[in-house]
Design a protein around this ligand. Structure first.
Ligand SMILES: *[C@@H]1O[C@H](CO)[C@@H](O)[C@H](O)[C@H]1NC(C)=O
Length: 618
């Protein structure tokens, strides 16, 4: 993410050109940012050239020896010091040492709880790679995610046993060993691990197990919905892991801070920026199972939280809670994350006090990122001249109807003038690699854009439309392609469509997202056609989406069409449909609405008004 900044900074070119800029309004901020970048770059080079390579695990062990009694993890009513965390993870490593060998991959299917952290640390101690499965996924998606990282074992939380049993026959067929994190109750094909962990030694295993790991070795697989189809496993090597971990330093986190992590640990924000960043700084983490708007500030007070993490929607939920007298009674001084909209940003500061907001932009698998280190409201980042020196990125003209970049007469892309919206692309090179997706060459290739400015160049296609103003502030405009975001999650339209197609009455499906007033992102809508002589079976559709899709991915609206509209090249038209929204006055097709716990009911003008006025919660 920060690679390009770091490497160029290292070249020692950083300070000099800055002197030219000293009259600019953000000179001091820019300078501070450059200095931090240089420090980080030097550290990174030290880590990578050290023999053996210095990983985030080595960093953790370093903290264990320097501050063994400092609290590392606080969860509900328990807390663990750095030393205790080390011992817990030693037990995990010991229990798994006869099952896994260095270089193997294990998939972790566990919610936010300390065990998640012990499993990851334990696997790292064994020199293994860890695949972080989203605990909301089921059946086909679960199997897909599991198999695309070539994992040898599945480690699942006790409460996810049913989800595991559903896919057990396939796993058994592939010779996968399945472990449930509970005691007793073994059954055919499922082994229990908790007793083994409890009885295992808490002495450290030999560091020799990790001797073959270098900065380019895969550390993690993190799943992203990207643009199409089933989730893809982004390969996170140690270099990328380190870079994301340094974001806390860039944001100004101090060693006496206490960070609140309520984002899922299977995502890069919670895991890399939150947990790994906290280890890099040696701070205390307060971990939550789930985000809860009503408990948020009470937790902050109870645990003396000073740093919080967010995704845009979280800040909105917090602002939507009823006002209280003690809204400003807390110690939070810094918030870092991404996706906060300008209106919410201002509201948030006004209501909860002067909290420094550090908004960052970057895809899990991407090779480009921005940080808004100024705190300018609404911006996702600020350009720094170091950026372009290290990694040429550009905003190029994009045709949203044809869904492709505009090319000039010679076939090259066209950079948009400053201030205009364009598609962000970033050059792929040795210093700004794109590791792509595990076992998915097709999707990896799809994220690459070739012959952008000269014949033969290759760029990473971010899929995001951005705008950069004359002061260098970067603003998010839109996301293209077949994914939309709802409640902070990426919804892959083809995955939803695949599920709907399994329902008997449905012939064809086109899934897209529509905007709802007062909400971030887009809510799911499916245009469907029915099989000949069949009626729409709302019950069956509801049962199916409820069983197979997480709530954020279930289509909230369904419109029944006689024929789906396609483009000249037979691509489904999403843009036009999305623009039509969900107003029954505008849409002539039969329109259905998914009522909470009820199923699909006819969409009425009254429902539409209630949604528009915020009386129905989506
Ligand atoms: C929070 O800080 C206060 C005052 O500094 C202290 O008395 C209290 O024990 C702290 N609470 C926790 C959970 O550390």
């Amino acid at each position: 993410m920060l690679a390009y900044v770091l490497y160029t900074a290292l070249a020692g070119l950083a300070i000099l050109p800055l002197l030219v800029y000293w009259r600019k309004p953000y000179f001091l901020h820019d300078l501070r940012y450059a200095i931090t970048a240089i420090q980080i770059a030097r550290q990174l080079v030290r880590f990578s050239t050290k023999k053996p390579f210095f990983s985030i695990l080595d960093c953790f062990l370093d903290k264990v020896s320097k501050q063994p009694n400092k609290k590392f993890l606080v969860f509900e009513e328990s807390s663990y010091t750095y030393r205790q965390a080390d011992q817990e993870s030693n037990r995990v490593a010991a229990a798994l040492s006869s099952i896994l060998k260095p270089g193997d991959t294990a998939a972790v299917f566990v919610g936010n709880e300390p065990l998640f952290v012990w499993l990851w640390l334990g696997l790292a101690k064994l020199g293994c790679t860890c695949a972080l499965l989203n605990y909301n996924i089921r059946s086909k998606s679960l199997l897909h995610c599991f198999s695309c990282c070539d994992a040898k074992v599945l480690l699942a939380a006790a409460e996810l046993r049913e989800a595991v049993e559903e896919v057990l026959p396939s796993l058994k067929q592939q010779g996968i060993r399945v472990f449930i994190l509970s005691e007793g109750d073994e059954s055919d094909g499922i082994e229990c691990l908790s007793d083994k962990i409890r009885q295992a030694s808490d002495e450290p295993l030999s560091p020799q197990l990790r001797a073959d790991i270098n900065i380019k070795s895969p550390a993690l697989y993190i799943y992203t919905s990207g643009t199409t189809g089933l989730p893809k496993a982004a390969v996170i090597n140690h270099e990328r892991l380190w870079m994301a971990s340094f974001l806390q330093s860039v944001a100004g986190v101090r060693s006496d801070d206490i960070i609140y992590i309520n984002l899922p640990l299977y995502h890069s924000s919670g895991f890399l920026m939150g947990l790994c960043g906290a280890i890099e700084k040696g701070i205390t983490v307060v971990l939550k199972r789930k985000f809860s708007a009503s408990n948020f500030w009470n937790d902050c007070r109870k645990y003396n939280i000073t740093v919080i993490q967010y995704i845009g929607e979280i800040m909105r939920y917090l602002c939507n809670t009823p006002q209280r007298d003690n809204d400003r009674d807390h110690k939070v001084r810094l918030a870092m994350g991404n996706g906060m909209r300008a209106d919410i940003w201002a509201d948030f500061l006004q209501r909860f006090g002067n909290i420094c907001i550090c908004e960052c932009y970057g895809a899990t698998e991407g090779n480009v990122g921005f940080v808004n280190y100024i705190g300018k409201i609404g911006a996702i980042g600020k350009e720094h001249f170091l950026h372009k020196m290290g990694c040429p990125y550009a905003l190029i003209r994009y045709d949203t109807e044809k869904e492709e970049p505009v090319r000039d007469s010679r076939g090259f892309c066209i950079e948009v003038p400053r201030g205009e919206t364009g598609l962000l692309v970033a050059k792929i090179g040795a210093r700004t690699p794109f590791s792509g997706y595990a076992k998915n060459k097709q999707q990896t290739e799809k994220k690459k854009l070739k012959d952008v400015f000269v014949k033969g160049d290759v760029y990473f296609n971010s899929g995001d439309l951005l705008r950069i103003d004359h002061e260098g502030f970067v603003f998010f405009q839109d996301r293209i392609g077949d994914t939309f975001r709802w409640k902070g999650e990426n919804v892959a339209t083809t995955e939803v469509a695949d599920h709907l197609l399994m329902v008997d009455c449905i012939e064809e499906v086109n899934v897209y997202g529509v905007k709802v007033p007062g909400h971030e992102g887009r809510i799911g809508m499916a245009a469907v056609t029915l099989k000949e002589y069949m009626e729409f079976d709302g019950k069956a559709v509801y049962q199916h989406v409820k069983s197979y899709l997480p709530s954020y991915a279930r289509p909230r609206f369904i419109r029944i069409q006689n024929a789906l509209q396609v483009t000249g090249t037979f691509k489904q038209m999403k843009v036009k449909l999305a623009e039509e929204g969900f107003d029954p006055n505008v849409i002539q097709d039969r329109l259905l609405f998914l009522e909470d716990n009820q199923g699909y009911v006819p969409m009425t003008q009254q429902t539409f008004n209630s949604i528009a006025e915020g009386r129905i919660k989506l």
